[in-house]
Write a protein that binds this ligand. Structure first.
Ligand SMILES: [Zn+2]
Ligand SMILES: [Zn+2]
Length: 238
């Protein structure tokens, strides 16, 4: 199986990453990716871009040297009602919106609060992708939440960086992927690259998905036409 889009990448604009957009695009091309989603942090993360920066992404071309570019964000969830650190009009303008829980922004709470949070996010039509939700510190009721993600057309990310960069996430990601299979929730596989070497690096995620025999047709970025249709059709899903 070949992943054709890296759906979660950062550049120096994110404040905690170390490569430029051009370097990431060159790496994407060299590694045979057809799409790169640029998903910077917002300024609730120290040194990251303020919301107003994101409209300037209109200067980024739709494609560069054969790689198609999605202008995106990794928005921070600010509280357990699902409030995000980005105005709705900018979220609506962007191509690709990931919502994530980060401990720099929001401390882990109870399983009931995490569950309520993802249920609220599932009802936000401006959120496309659920960011790295296999982190056991933010455990939630998988059955309740995955049922809601299915009903509201959300995409769950299997983030390859979680396997090594977020303690305890190896089993958490596996449980999330199994629940996606059970509830027919589509996924994307991503690198969460903060340095150019990691763009297009998905090994840990792909090994786990192969191990549980995850169906390829539920992996949106395993096929160019499927991923393009997803980018075009997003937010028009129920
Ligand atoms: Zn993140
Ligand atoms: Zn990230």
């Amino acid at each position: 199986m070949k992943i054709i889009a890296d759906t979660h990448t950062h550049t120096i604009v994110s404040g905690d990453a170390h490569s430029t957009l051009l370097e990431n695009l060159q790496a994407a091309k060299a590694r045979g990716l057809q799409f790169l989603c640029v998903t910077e942090h917002v300024s609730s993360i120290p040194r990251a871009a303020p919301p107003a920066y994101f409209k300037s992404m209109c200067s980024i071309p739709r494609s560069y040297d054969g790689v198609q570019i999605a202008r995106g964000v990794e928005a921070n969830i600010l509280d357990y009602t699902g409030k995000l650190d980005m105005p709705d009009d900018i979220l609506d303008w962007l191509d690709w919106v990931i919502a994530s829980l980060h401990d720099l922004v929001i401390a882990p709470a109870t399983k009931a609060e995490h569950t309520a949070c993802w249920l609220a996010i599932s009802e936000n039509p401006l959120v496309d992708v659920i960011g790295h939700c296999g982190d056991p510190r933010y455990a939630f009721d998988l059955d309740e939440v995955m049922g809601a993600f299915h009903r509201h057309g959300k995409i769950v990310e299997i983030n390859s960086h979680s396997f090594t960069g977020r303690a305890g996430s190896r089993d958490g990601c596996r449980q999330v992927a199994l629940a996606c299979m059970k509830y027919d929730v589509p996924i994307v596989v991503s690198s969460d690259a903060h340095f150019v070497d990691h763009v297009g690096y998905f090994k840990e995620a792909l090994d786990m998905l192969e191990d549980i025999r995850f169906p390829e047709d539920l992996i949106l970025n395993a096929d160019a036409r499927r991923f393009e249709a997803c980018l075009r059709g997003k937010r028009t899903q129920p």
